[in-house]
Every structure is written in structure tokens, then in C-alpha cells.
Design a protein around this ligand. Structure first.
Ligand SMILES: C[S@@+](CC[C@H](N)C(=O)[O-])C[C@H]1O[C@@H](n2cnc3c(N)ncnc32)[C@H](O)[C@@H]1O
Length: 253
């Protein structure tokens, strides 16, 4: 298990993930579809932000979506039901103790989950065991070190650094995107290829309380930093962030 999950489970946080997923759909999903009849494991589905897109884009595939959080699963199920999708089954489960036989799945999809795990290679190796030979894994992660913007602001960088630090303290790694390739190779995947995808995204404001409680930054400095980040979303501003999408294959049993 990964320890404390730094983004939390607040409704506002769920909304943020949902909005973020909405704008990222094309960027992250445009090259992911699964063949008719294939069985796909979505590990760490959260509130279903990716699940709805996955199931909609591959209506003839079947999805088994798991997450540690029962509340998130309940919300994900609501979203999938209200989207009229019938090709998804949900289970509450820990990636490190999944209730599935080896080689049960044709494909695995993992998005924004490894960043929260203290043992990401072990998690990937577990997922690999669940793939049948010839199956693929798709891994998507962000990297907070990839953030740059205009107007630039040292206070904004400090606010972002708070999230990096909080996630590190919780056992995760918000700079994991750049490591997707070596992590997948270390876990034994073959034909690994990773593509960077750049987008605007805002995800720092939500860590204010935790950052202050952890004594990482003074309230005034944090607020100045967040304001500077908001400023980058105005007409003359630019905010860039890179997601990394990796694809790997399991060739042998
Ligand atoms: C940032 S959310 C991403 C959710 C979803 N994949 C998405 O892209 O919107 C990370 C999810 O990983 C789940 N998670 C963290 N550790 C887990 C574990 N050990 N086993 C299963 N799920 C886990 C959390 O409960 C959370 O729902």
C-alpha cells in the first residue's frame, strides 16, 4: 500500500480530477482503443474519470475497474451508469493484493496511480503477472517538474514544490512521469515506448491546508504562488505541464 493518498477524497478534489480528465480526453486517450471481446483491467480507477472514456471508446471490450476506495468506486459506478455504459464491472481492491488469477487480462490501464505508490515497480510487476502473454499495459503519469509558465513566478514554483514535497512525504513521487520508461522496463515489460504530452493543467491549490499544516510554506507565500498560477491562465499567460504515456507488452509467460 502507498500510505496516505495525498490528493485526498474530498468532493472538490473529485471534481478537479473530473474536469482535468475532461480536457485531457483527446490528449491522453486518442490512441487507446481495445478490441472487441478483450478484457481490460483498469487499476486505480478512482471516481471513474478515465473509466467512462475507456468504456465509451471501446464499447465491445469489457473492463474490470478496481480501486482502494469504496467511496470512489461508488461514484465511478454512478458515472458509468449515467453514461449508459454496461461494459464495466467494479471491485474494491488493493493493487498489491488483487483477487485475480495470473494471466486473466488482455490489457491493463493505469492512470495517475503510480505517483501515489511507494513501490511502483512492484505494482507494475504484479499487473504484468495478471496479463496474458501478448497483452499490453498502458501507463499514464504526470511530472510536476515539467511545469513552466508565463508570467514566471518563484512563489508559484514554491507552491508547486509543496505538492512535490507532500507527495514525497506520503510515500509517492509527483516527478514520476520522467521515470515511466525505466519503471516499465524494470518491471519486465518489453517493446516499451513512452510519449510526452504537454497540456495546461491546474492542480496545486488543493494542497494548501496540508502544505501549511506540514510547515512547508507560509500562508502568504502560498497564496501569492497560487495567485501567480491563476495569472498564467489569463489571455497573455501560458502554463505547461507534461504527461507521459507509456505502452509496454508482455511477451512471455
Ligand atoms: C489520482 S487518482 C486517479 C484515478 C483515475 N485513474 C483517474 O485517472 O482519474 C489515484 C487513485 O489511485 C487509488 N489508489 C491508490 N493506491 C492504490 C492501491 N494500492 N490500490 C488500488 N488503488 C489505489 C486511489 O484510491 C485513487 O482513486
Amino acid at each position: 500500500m502507498s500510505g496516505t493518498y495525498v490528493h485526498g477524497y474530498h468532493p472538490r478534489e473529485n471534481e478537479r480530477l473530473q474536469d482535468q480528465a475532461g480536457t485531457l480526453v483527446e490528449l491522453l486517450h486518442s490512441d487507446t482503443t481495445y478490441p472487441s471481446g478483450s478484457l481490460v483491467l483498469e487499476a486505480g480507477c478512482g471516481v471513474g474519470a478515465q473509466t467512462v472514456t475507456l468504456a465509451r471508446r471501446s464499447p465491445e471490450a469489457r473492463f474490470m475497474s478496481v480501486d482502494l476506495s469504496a467511496d470512489s468506486i461508488a461514484e465511478a459506478k454512478r458515472r458509468v451508469d449515467s453514461a449508459g455504459l454496461t461494459n464495466v464491472e467494479f471491485r474494491q481492491a488493493d493493487i498489491f493484493a488483487l483477487p485475480f488469477e495470473a494471466e486473466s487480462f488482455d490489457h491493463v490501464f493505469v492512470c495517475f496511480v503510480l505517483e501515489h505508490l511507494s513501490r511502483p515497480v512492484e505494482a507494475l510487476a504484479i499487473l504484468k503477472r495478471l496479463l496474458r502473454p501478448g497483452g499490453t499495459i498502458t501507463v499514464i503519469e504526470g511530472d510536476h517538474g515539467s511545469t513552466y509558465f508565463h508570467p514566471d513566478s518563484s512563489a508559484a514554483h514554491a507552491a508547486i514544490q509543496c505538492q512535490v514535497e507532500l507527495q514525497r512525504k506520503a510515500g509517492g513521487n509527483s516527478l514520476i512521469g520522467r521515470q515511466i520508461y525505466p519503471l516499465m522496463v524494470d518491471a519486465g515489460f518489453e517493446a516499451v515506448r513512452v510519449s510526452p504530452r504537454i497540456v495546461y493543467v491546474e492542480m496545486i491549490e488543493g494542497v494548501r491546508e496540508s502544505a501549511l499544516a506540514a510547515g512547508l510554506i507560509e500562508p502568504e507565500s502560498f497564496d501569492v504562488g497560487v495567485e501567480a498560477l491563476h495569472r498564467t491562465t489569463e489571455a497573455d499567460g501560458v502554463f505547461c505541464y507534461t504527461f507521459f504515456k507509456g505502452l509496454g507488452e508482455k511477451r512471455d509467460a
